[in-house]
Design a protein around this ligand. Sequence first.
Ligand SMILES: [Zn+2]
Length: 209
Amino acid sequence: MQTFKEWMNQKLPDFHEVESIYGKAHVAVQIVEMYDPDLLKNIATIANLSSGAYGLYNSGEVEKQLPPELEKKMIFSGKVDKNNISKIPNVVLKKYFQEFDESKIKESDTIRVNVKRILSQVKSQMEAIIQIASTIVHEATHAREMQTKGYTNESGPEAAEQDFQKWISGNIKQITRRFPEMNLPQQNPNPSNSMGLNPSPQQPQAPLV
Ligand SMILES: [Zn+2]
């Protein structure tokens, strides 16, 4: 039987980089997994973004492993080469090759979250976890759209974030019961800087990239 840790490692993306910056980042990942397990299916890594936007998806960071026979055949056709297969959206590969089957490939996408920027703008653990989770939903939606539509823009990811936040508000009791860390009392005696972060006034929601 698998241990819980093994199950988690197998099921969830590698998020150790963001967890090392914010020790409750795993809660954000678990909430997204609870919301839509399919969304993280092809996300191998949730990495930190050290500057700029709140989050980032770069189709240049996608890696795909194909069954060797199929890969050989595809390269032989001359329509793709070994270096660009991973960069071509699945929907396009399917057009080129009828026998292309997403379920037979292993796709490993990377999305990035600017954890420090998010932490600098929130006032509670709950807000931090929800904002990190929303950013993961946003970036993972870019990743999904790229493969299924062949392109991505802001409208789908922004709508996905809104749906996610609606789901959070509608289920907040169950979510906090399952993840009591969200309501953890502030540990720092100074309430204005309870997370060890610079307090900042509530800011309007800026668009995520
Ligand atoms: Zn975006």
